[in-house]
Design a protein around this ligand. Structure first.
Ligand code: HEC
Ligand code: HEC
Ligand code: HEC
Ligand code: HEC
Ligand code: HEC
Length: 271
């Protein structure tokens, strides 16, 4: 009897704890980093608000994913033993971001910007920002940003080469969405387009006209192949429509014939 009571109490304790813990679990994204820095002034608090609006926040990349540290322990959060890295200085930023963006880092390191990093070459944060990183697009190439360190002309040339292909990629995305809505199997095409798109958006980081032209050329060739596949599907759809039309025409014809026969039959009856 006593044992049963103890078990029963134990169960109740677990239940109550569970109820108390679950709201905390729902706030799991509120790490100790966010809780503490959210209440700090100026440069220590600003990152929280900026980060909340970022594409990284949307994708679950939080403070500790970039800065390291222990997001569950107030006292030890920023201890180097828990992997805290601190804030990188100017020249350490590419490697800092490149832990996740490996392909971009490779292209960047080969580029004039990467080569001139120690001498003030642009790095990731100069173009993308640090905490308010947004979806990347060609709009990032503009006089305000690019003419801080040199003339804009070279920048604009590269933007020009990329813009045409960018438009073609977007058009192909729309085509595949249209065919998908009609129930066509386009998953394989979408996979190929996704790869092309990724390759294309990385190409910029070389900032070398010849390299950008070359990579853009490869992406355009890939788009041509996709275009052929889409045309084939469209031709199939057209034929389906044609045969559908023929079938309807035959049905109408049969209907007319039937009415005609019935009329003749009725006239025969009367006559
Ligand atoms: C209890 C409050 C508190 C917590 C928890 C906390 N921080 Fe901090 N953080 C501070 C204060 C205060 C400073 C400024 C003084 C210093 O650098 O120690 C700071 C500084 C920083 C800096 C700048 C360091 C530099 O090198 O300039 C970064 C980056 C940072 N914190 C990230 C984090 C991350 C990531 C977490 C969670 C893993 C975290 N913080 C948790 C209070 C906190
Ligand atoms: C995408 C990676 C990334 C994420 C996520 C991120 N940071 Fe940072 N943070 C940086 C970089 C890079 C710097 C170095 C500053 C620079 O070069 O502009 C920095 C600098 C800082 C600094 C130093 C002060 C300053 O602004 O220079 C603090 C404090 C800080 N971060 C706190 C945070 C907190 C708190 C979060 C979560 C809300 C966070 N960071 C999320 C990349 C990140
Ligand atoms: C000189 C400015 C500049 C620098 C420096 C720079 N970027 Fe970019 N980044 C851009 C532009 C512009 C685009 C968009 C290109 C496009 O849409 O084709 C972009 C695109 C991206 C993308 C999106 C690629 C995709 O698949 O859509 C990522 C991720 C990225 N950059 C990360 C980084 C990282 C990490 C670094 C540092 C190693 C870096 N960038 C350095 C300007 C820059
Ligand atoms: C812990 C991994 C991680 C780190 C470190 C990191 N990122 Fe990201 N980043 C991601 C993920 C995940 C996404 C969203 C998925 C995607 O688009 O690749 C993303 C998206 C981006 C995008 C948008 C890509 C697009 O499709 O338009 C840019 C630009 C970017 N990051 C730049 C940076 C910069 C600059 C830094 C350093 C300050 C950085 N990232 C550090 C993981 C990371
Ligand atoms: C922080 C300074 C800085 C910013 C900002 C910057 N650049 Fe540069 N850029 C450099 C340096 C340094 C070089 C190498 C020296 C040179 O060629 O002038 C360079 C070189 C270049 C080159 C020549 C590449 C080659 O191989 O000949 C191009 C193109 C270029 N940048 C494009 C851009 C674009 C596009 C932007 C804006 C999205 C931009 N830059 C923003 C510093 C910067």
């Amino acid at each position: 009897m006593i044992r049963q009571t103890i078990l029963c109490c134990g169960f109740l304790v677990v239940l109550v704890c569970g109820l108390l813990v679950s709201p905390a679990a729902a706030q799991q994204d509120e790490t100790v980093c966010i809780q503490c820095h959210g209440g700090l002034p100026d440069a220590l608090g600003v990152p929280v608000g900026e980060w909340r609006q970022s594409l990284h926040a949307d994708n679950g990349i939080s403070c500790h994913d970039c800065h390291g540290g222990d997001p569950t322990d107030f006292a030890m959060a920023m201890s180097p033993e828990r992997g805290f890295l601190g804030a990188p200085d100017y020249t350490a930023v590419p490697e800092f971001c490149g832990r996740c963006h490996v392909g971009v880092l490779g292209d960047y390191q080969e580029s004039a910007h990467g080569q001139a990093l120690q001498a003030g070459g642009a790095q990731c944060v100069m173009c993308h920002g640090n905490h308010a990183v947004q979806k990347a697009s060609l709009d990032l190439i503009n006089p305000e940003s690019c003419a801080r360190c040199h003339d804009y002309e070279r920048a604009d040339k590269i933007k020009g080469i990329l813009a045409d292909t960018d438009g073609k990629i977007i058009a192909m995305e729309e085509e595949l969405a249209r065919l998908g809505k009609l129930g066509m199997a386009v998953e394989a095409f979408e996979g190929q387009l996704f790869d092309l798109r990724n390759r294309f958006h990385r190409a910029f980081h070389t900032v070398k006209e010849a390299r950008v032209r070359e990579q853009t050329g490869e992406v355009l060739a890939g788009l041509e192949t996709l275009r052929a596949g889409v045309d084939e599907i469209d031709a199939g759809l057209g034929q389906r429509k044609l045969w559908g039309g023929v079938a309807i025409a035959l049905l109408v014809l049969a209907g007319i014939l039937f009415l005609q026969m019935r009329k003749t039959y009725e006239e025969d009856e009367k006559g």
